[in-house]
Design a protein around this ligand. Structure first.
Ligand code: FRU
Length: 469
């Protein structure tokens, strides 16, 4: 479809959506959300020339998946964001069904995007092109076209390039499905971002001791952390167990070491990055001062997505808060990026047994809880978080079926750091040891209430809102 036609339709979608924006109880105060339509994966997350850039998978036309655009925001501080010109519009023959996920690097002084051109055919088959686009002086992106077609030995499901520089060479990981319908991650190398050569499969189902581990792996991201190479990946088709892999699709990581020349990646077991109901397709970058930062998509591509009531307001889905990653005993810890502390207002503290704790206003708030003993908290009469001395359980009713559903973490609970923003909660356990995220849709002003005999030290801040400019 012609670019100008797509842009006219996009302008129309934005104009129609504008009027509906005013009375919207679920629109986050400080998380990133789409103006209209559907947002999914974070893409092209990078810091360059004093600004963070975050692109995102976006269907401006409706609250459904479809031929994705790349929207674009930027920020100096990860908190205050502004809109940038839309980066990619699926107008070319090599991306008819979407400019799918990818990443950004700085090459020749300019942000350069590497993304997947997705093409579907009438018989249900598909192909994928890995494509390049480079920033011009207007802050827009000029497409340079495909640099890689489908590799032999894989189905049309090859996508989501994440590119980085190592020892004066470019490297790329790609999510893929082989002809036996097993999910894989491919490693490529290049001198110039244009000519790519395959180094090998570095991880996947039936590799590295994982056994059968999914029919497709999406959105890989490989980066060094504390002397190890972490591979983030999103396997699809891993059977649910009693207390883990409970979402339709998983987003997690492997800790290992990569031999770049041979592509040998020896790694340990798979761990989920977020144990909550909504989390998928995360992507990382380095901050200016060398911290590894992550944004995730606070949803899952499944049939439950479309039961979220923001659809009545013309939009759907948000990003997680920016999170900082560290490695402790070969496990990835996540903490809210410290920049978020600038949102804190009106500090309040309280200490006592949970049964006597005051209820807290949490429409947009941070709650820090030091825990001694069992307790439970309820959020907006919808979401329950229970600590029974052995595990933390988050419970709610499934929006599609109405049935109760639960997510779990086992360990020794000492502390919770909770971020609430209108329709989302992110619970950080023990200073980053685990995270449980969920959307919720309160009727009226949300409060958090407590019960149980455990002793709690509560700290509460209201969080300021910041509009995307
Ligand atoms: C993950 C994903 C990616 C794909 C994109 C399309 O959510 O399916 O694999 O590139 O979304 O929007």
């Amino acid at each position: 479809m012609k670019e100008v036609h797509l842009l006219k339709r996009m302008a129309h979608a934005l104009m129609s959506g504008y009027a509906r924006k005013q009375e919207d109880p679920y629109r986050p105060d400080w998380h990133l959300s789409p103006c209209v339509g559907l947002l999914n994966d974070p893409n092209g997350f990078i810091h360059h020339n004093g600004r963070y850039h975050l692109f995102y998978q976006w269907n401006p036309f409706s609250c459904a998946h479809g031929a994705k655009f790349w929207g674009h925001w930027s920020s100096t501080d990860l908190v205050n964001w502004k809109h940038e010109p839309v980066a990619l519009v699926p107008s070319e023959s090599y991306e008819t069904h979407g400019c799918y996920s990818g990443s950004a690097v700085v090459d020749q002084g300019a942000i350069t995007l590497i993304y997947t051109g997705n093409v579907k055919y009438d018989d249900g088959s598909r192909t994928a092109f890995q494509c390049i686009a480079r920033e011009n002086t207007h802050g827009e992106y000029d497409k340079l076209g495909p640099v890689l077609t489908l590799p032999a030995g894989y189905t049309g499901h090859v996508r989501d390039p994440k590119v980085w520089r190592h020892d004066d060479r470019w490297y790329m990981v790609l999510g893929a499905q082989d002809l036996d319908r097993q999910g894989k991650v491919l490693l490529y190398g290049s001198a110039d971002l244009l000519a790519w050569e395959k180094i090998g499969e570095i991880a996947g189902s039936r590799l590295g001791g994982l056994g059968d581990f999914g029919y497709m792996w999406e959105c890989p991201d490989l980066f060094p952390l504390d002397g190890k190479e972490i591979l983030i990946c999103c396997p699809q088709g891993v059977p649910a167990e009693e207390e883990r892999y409970l979402n339709t699709f998983q987003a997690g990581y492997l800790v290992g070491s990569l031999h770049y020349e041979s592509g040998a990646y020896s790694h340990q077991g798979f761990h989920e990055l977020d144990l909550g109901f909504e989390f998928y397709a995360p992507q990382t970058t380095l901050s200016e001062d060398g911290r590894r930062l992550l944004f995730g998509w606070m949803s899952i591509p499944d049939e439950n997505e479309f039961f979220e009531p923001t659809i009545d307001h013309g939009w759907i889905h948000i990003m997680t808060c920016p999170r900082e990653l560290t490695l402790h005993n070969d496990r990835v810890y996540q903490r809210p990026a410290h920049e978020l502390q600038q949102l804190r207002r009106d500090h309040y503290t309280w200490h006592g047994a949970a049964n006597y704790a005051p209820s807290l206003p949490v429409q947009s708030a941070e709650v820090l809880i030091d825990v001694q003993g069992e307790f439970q908290l309820t959020l907006a009469s919808q979401l329950l978080l229970c600590w029974d001395g052995e595990r933390v359980t988050m419970s709610r009713r499934n929006r599609r079926t109405g049935e109760p559903e639960h997510r779990y973490w086992r360990g020794n609970l000492r502390q919770l750091q909770i971020l609430c923003d209108r329709s989302s909660i992110e619970v950080f356990i023990n200073d980053g040891e685990a995270v449980i995220s969920s959307r919720y849709f309160p009727e009226g002003e949300a409060t958090m209430t407590f019960s149980g005999s455990g002793l709690l030290t509560l700290q509460h801040w209201l969080l300021a809102s910041c509009v995307i400019e």
